[in-house]
Design a protein around this ligand. Structure first.
Ligand code: AP5
Ligand code: MG
Ligand code: ZN
Length: 227
């Protein structure tokens, strides 16, 4: 089978703490495309102190969404990089209907398409506990959890020996806003892909290994998607 440009665009949708980042690495490797996470890209911009990073800061600290135009430009630029010629696993994008429309437009120009939108479903009540115990690697973005997935050595990444840190937007009050924003702005995006017939639901409220198996199952099916 000949793959055209951006033929392998897969979306990973789900609430804050649903497990998108945790599953993304292996999923991207399986698909043979890069993992493109809007939140990770924005955090790199913040670390570097770029104009985009400075503009995004106040929104992220409150748990609000960064304005669509800024995020769309950032993702479109990322999709132009050579490693994304076949497509990408998008994590955390699109998050609003205008972002979804901008992605459609972009893919139409390239003859690309969204092969699957995978929705990792987790009850809202589970999210706060997951985020409060989360630790991330500063170097490779691997995720850990104090109880559910602890690193072998406290504070150190198993994969790359990088230093682990906690995200400032994982504080309880900010998490509450992130979840509210998700329900208001991103659930319509989930419904949209459901209506378009590309949505695949995966139960995210099971062990990390069980979610992984369910995701493999979800992407294993290569049926053509409805137009
Ligand atoms: P972003 O970085 O995208 O954060 P998020 O969507 O809130 O999602 P998280 O990264 O918090 O959750 P996750 O699903 O990746 O969970 P994880 O795998 O780490 O966005 C941050 C901010 O950037 C936004 O608030 C916004 O300001 C801005 N932004 C980003 N994208 C934007 C966009 N498109 N438009 C506008 N603004 C944007 O897992 C969480 C924890 O649970 C970990 O500790 C993990 O070990 C544990 N865990 C995972 N799976 C399981 C399991 N099955 N069982 C038990 N524990 C588990
Ligand atoms: Mg994440
Ligand atoms: Zn690491």
């Amino acid at each position: 089978m000949v793959l055209h440009n951006h033929d392998e665009v897969v979306l990973l949708l789900g609430a804050p703490g649903a497990g998108k980042g945790t599953q993304a690495r292996f999923l991207a490797e399986t698909l043979g495309v890069p993992h493109v996470a809007s939140g990770d890209l924005l955090r790199v911009h913040r670390q570097k102190g770029t104009p985009l990073g400075r503009a995004a800061q106040e929104y992220m600290d409150r748990g609000d969404l960064v304005p669509d135009t800024l995020v769309v430009d950032m993702i479109v630029d990322r999709l132009d990089e050579p490693d994304a010629v076949r497509g990408a696993l998008l994590d955390g994008f699109p998050r609003t209907l205008p972002q979804a429309q901008a992605l459609d437009w972009r893919l139409q120009q390239r003859g690309g398409r969204i092969r699957r939108a995978i929705y990792v479903e987790v009850p809202t009540s589970v999210l706060v506990e997951r985020l409060a115990g989360r630790w991330l690697c500063k170097t490779c973005q691997s995720t850990y959890h104090e109880m559910f997935n602890p690193p072998m050595t406290e504070g150190v990444c198993d994969r790359c020996d990088g230093e682990l840190y906690q995200r400032s937007d994982d504080r309880r009050e900010v998490v509450a806003n992130r979840v509210a924003v998700y329900l208001r702005d991103t659930m319509p995006v989930v419904e949209r892909y459901d209506c378009l017939g590309v949505l695949q639901r995966v139960d995210g409220n099971q062990s990390i290994e069980a979610v992984k198996a369910a995701l493999l199952n979800a992407i294993g099916d290569n049926e053509p998607v409805p137009a």
